[in-house]
Design a protein around this ligand. Structure first.
Ligand code: G6P
Length: 369
């Protein structure tokens, strides 16, 4: 009913707008009073384990897998522990290499995804410690994992996941910071600044939501197309994958996310006049590299919409349209950068007359293999 949707036309739009609060709820109680430390009382590793971990396997499906890719980057950067992030349905059938010092992290909004649970159960059988990041208290993942970090996103109704993803990212950044702090790793000194930035995230997410009218106009103009591309490097590539999935799931446009530097090894063949290319440009240390990839697609007359920091005056000279988002530490950019892409998928789906909250052939939770 309209009341359940809180005045929004669809659950997805409501859930997109709930992200500032969901992020804030996921942070609550997890930052020390002086703002410098991560508090994770719910993680109760055996004595010594936190320092012994020598490998982390992140397992998930769909959007949760995309969150895991950001988690891999965050954990490796702050702790230097090698992290693999894999699709659960692949992992369970490939005889992965684990030891007593492996930590498995499963990410699942519902806590009921069959493939993810199978990977969890396999790990437990072989004696691997499992930490679950899930949104549902009392779910199978929450009950069966050794440790649980809840994302406090609240119920997510729309099949296309939005606030679950941004709260998974929030939980993963906290966990990466916690690991660094407990292990006294290279990144431990960065934790206080990361926590400050995380605390500012709800207000910044609120500002990103103000891009909605511009995104809606873009979606109206471009959603009659059959193809779209998303490009980026590093964390921008991980977010591109999620933006592309979102668009495919609910608008039914074909979209492809490409690591920007990989374009010339194949996909550039598909870039022709007026193909929409959404370019993410939030990773400052990769800025020039991404810019040269943008020039490659512009040279083929693509229409480029860039997602860039506010204050980036240079980018407008190289692209057709820019969506600016408030500047934060690029390490945390994914939490903000995904929001315009969620809005793009939403408005494209509406423009195409689709059933936004219940896309064809997809289910909210896939409990069969
Ligand atoms: C389904 C949903 C996706 C979701 C995936 C994993 O395919 O349609 O939106 O990302 O399952 O779900 P989970 O609950 O494990 O995060």
């Amino acid at each position: 009913s309209a009341a359940e949707k809180g005045g929004y036309d669809h659950f997805m739009l409501k859930e997109i707008h709930e992200q500032p609060k969901a992020i804030s709820d996921t942070l609550t109680g997890r930052i020390s009073e002086d703002g410098t430390k991560v508090v994770f009382d719910e993680v109760q590793f055996p004595a010594g384990f936190v320092k012994d971990i020598d490998r982390i396997h992140i397992l998930a499906c769909g959007t949760s897998w995309h969150a895991g890719m950001v988690g891999k980057h965050a954990i490796e950067k702050l702790t230097r522990i090698p992290v693999d992030c894999e699709i659960a349905s692949e992992y369970r059938y490939r005889d992965p290499i684990v030891s007593k010092n492996t930590l498995m992290v499963v990410i699942t909004q519902s806590g009921e995804t069959a493939d993810t649970l199978a990977a969890l159960r396999q790990a437990k059988e072989q004696g691997t410690r499992v930490l679950a990041i899930t949104n549902v208290v009392g779910s199978s993942a929450a009950r069966e994992a050794d440790d649980v970090i809840f994302t406090w996103a609240g119920p997510e109704i729309s099949v296309a996941s939005t606030k679950a993803y941004t709260t998974q990212l929030t939980a993963l950044y906290l966990f990466a910071g916690w690991l660094a702090q407990e292990r006294e790793s290279v990144g431990a000194s960065e934790v206080p600044a990361i926590l400050t930035a995380l605390r500012d995230m709800p207000a910044n997410a609120e500002k990103v939501l103000e891009t909605a009218p511009a995104i809606q106009a873009f979606a109206k103009e471009w959603s009659s197309r059959e193809h779209a591309f998303f490009i980026g490097r590093g964390l921008d590539y991980a977010v591109s994958l999620e933006g592309s999935l979102k668009l495919k799931e609910i608008s039914y446009m074909h979209a492809e996310a490409y690591a920007a530097g990989e374009l010339k090894h194949g996909t550039l063949a598909l870039i022709v006049e007026d193909i929409p290319v959404i370019a993410l440009v939030t990773q400052d240390d990769l800025y020039e590299k991404t810019l040269s990839n943008i020039q490659e697609v512009k040279a083929r007359d693509a229409f480029v919409l860039a997602l860039a920091w506010s204050g980036d005056q240079q980018i407008a000279k190289s692209v057709d349209q820019v969506i600016h988002i408030p500047k934060v530490n690029p390490f945390l950019a994914p939490i903000l950068a995904v929001i315009p892409l969620q809005l793009l998928a939403y408005y494209a789906s509406v423009a195409r007359g689709n059933d936004v909250d219940n896309p064809r052939n997809l289910a909210k939770s896939v409990t069969v293999e």
